[in-house]
Ligand binder design. Structure first.
Ligand code: BES
Ligand code: MN
Ligand code: ZN
Length: 499
């Protein structure tokens, strides 16, 4: 999907299709040639104004300065307009153009269309809606896929805050394309998207703004990353610890963003049931979020941001498989910071790879703040379903800033407690820690966070469990099915707010 900003002020041109938004008791201004038509179409009730409802009018051939077809997408009651409804309406506009069979279309946005939402946020939501809505995963097939319609749009804004709106569109394009990239990598099967592939995807981002380095198995051995290496033991795929560094001149603060990158999680010796095991290809969606964020950073996603901050991404990539060489329940491993861990369940592997990644982040970068993202527990789906990701941590201000970023992106985060009592649950008789809390406690998601908390020391840290939001959510126009590319936009909002 390609989006162009049309800054011209002339009235409509003769395009194949122009789409405008429609709200009750409001008439979009489509220029003098169409004023009378618009008035009549609304008055007769032929223009649907309910949210997401579409109407199309054929204007025939001949008339100059008029689109051949005029489409409307309902916005619903003006009071209910928010970034989510704008994003969805824009996605519906793209899909209307695609089903109308036109190659390209005009999208007309009026200042009145975004209600109380500011022009910048509205511009972002419009671009995101169209690009994310147009996204389809192209699976590997024998036949080349057919070229799709409706993949090119020119957005034109009428209103005072035009410059603001257009800046929003530009950032929305960056954010959405980064999310699309994350979705593509996330949707790929585990045999194709292995740890080496994740490292290659990161290396593509190496350039002027982002520097990428990959730690190999031998580096992990030198660093004594026994927890990460223990997980990878059962697989023929070499683990990778990918480091992405966005370091603007004059940055005085550093944050680390750490992603769980299990390119397949069979459970290991504590093997998972076979039903839906294929979904464990998605167990790298934390890594996907980090990759997406850094694509956005590489492509100018920090333009106009508040402060200058060094942002370091870490992707702990491995495959969890059962094998003669695989680690076994009861094995004790040692993380790079010296902490010993009793591996009571080899399926609680995410926290093991993150233990070394977090310890490495703290030691290497001495960050001011860390956030990790992981498809860590099935329990978070029991607690929160697919509507919100769980967030826990050791600093309320840090957690709050992430919740706010999630709200700005319409990717809700919901806080769960993390108390000393929870941390006690993951202590072990056979090592410093056990990697599970024992079923009788419950609180599986919090136990995962409690375990991770031991590897960040005093650093301000938050853990986001995205197992419910990374895939399998309800369809909402700009998301259909499969991987969501979740948290890319949240992380970008958060990074832009750092100072
Ligand atoms: N990747 C899974 C978590 C998961 C499960 C995400 C289902 C999405 C859907 C993780 O590695 C895992 O297996 N966690 C275990 C932890 C348990 C052994 C304490 C789980 O959730 O069952
Ligand atoms: Mn697992
Ligand atoms: Zn896992």
């Amino acid at each position: 999907m390609k989006i162009r900003i049309d800054s011209s002020t002339v009235s409509l041109s003769r395009s194949e299709l122009a789409v405008a938004f429609a709200a009750p008791r409001a008439r979009p201004d489509l220029g003098p040639a169409l004023t009378e038509f618009v008035e009549r179409a609304f008055a007769t009730g032929d223009v649907a104004t309910d949210a997401r409802k579409t109407s199309v009018f054929h204007r025939g051939v001949g008339a100059k300065g008029e689109p051949k077809r005029l489409g409307f997408v309902g916005l619903g009651d003006r009071k209910s307009i928010d970034t989510e409804s704008i994003r969805r309406a824009a996605a519906v506009a793209q899909s209307l153009a695609e089903s109308a069979g036109v190659a390209s279309f005009d999208l007309l946005v009026d200042a009145a269309d975004h209600g109380a939402v500011d022009a910048f946020a509205a511009g972002m939501a419009v671009a995101e809606g169209m690009i994310l809505g147009a996204y389809r995963y192209e699976p590997p097939r024998k036949e080349k896929p057919k070229a799709r319609k409706g993949q090119s749009a020119a957005i034109r804004y009428s209103g005072k805050a035009k410059a603001e709106f257009e800046r929003g569109v530009k950032l929305g394009v960056i954010a959405a394309e980064a999310t699309v990239h994350a979705r593509d990598v996330e949707n790929m099967p585990g045999n194709l998207a292995n740890p080496t592939y994740l490292a290659k995807q990161a290396q593509r981002l190496n350039g002027a703004k982002v520097k990428v380095k990959v730690l190999e198995k031998k580096d992990m051995e030198r660093l004594k990353m026994g927890a990460l290496l223990g997980v990878a033991r059962g697989s023929v795929e070499a683990p990778k610890l990918v480091l992405l560094d966005y370091h603007p001149a004059g940055a005085k603060r550093t944050v680390c963003v750490v992603g769980k990158g299990l390119t397949f999680d069979s459970g290991g010796i504590s093997i998972k049931p076979s039903g839906k095991m294929d979904e464990m290809r998605y167990d790298m969606c934390g890594a996907g979020a980090v990759l997406g964020l850094f694509q956005a950073l590489a492509k100018g996603g920090m333009a106009g941001a508040k402060g200058k901050v060094r942002i370091v991404g870490l992707i702990a990539a491995a495959e969890n498989m059962p094998d003669a060489a695989a680690q076994k329940p009861g094995d004790v491993v040692r993380a790079m910071d010296g902490t010993t861990i009793e591996v009571l369940n080899t399926d609680a592997e995410g926290r093991l790879v993150l233990a070394d990644a977090l310890a490495y982040a703290v030691k290497t970068y001495a960050p001011d703040q860390i956030v990790d993202l992981a498809t860590l527990t099935g329990a978070v789906i029991v607690a929160l379903g697919h509507e919100a990701a769980g967030i826990m941590g050791n600093d309320e201000g840090h957690i709050r800033s992430l919740i706010d970023a999630g709200a700005a992106a319409d990717e809700p985060l919901w806080q769960l407690p993390l108390w000393d009592a929870h941390k006690e649950q993951v202590k072990s008789k056979f090592a410093d820690l056990a990697n599970i809390n024992g079923g009788h406690h419950g609180n599986g998601t919090i136990a995962g966070a409690a375990f991770l908390s031991f590897f960040v020391g005093d650093t301000k840290w938050a853990h986001i469990d995205i197992a419910g939001t990374a895939w399998g959510g309800r369809a909402r126009d700009y998301y259909k099915s499969g991987a969501a590319g979740t948290a890319v936009r949240t992380l970008l909002h958060w990074c832009r707010g750092l100072r």
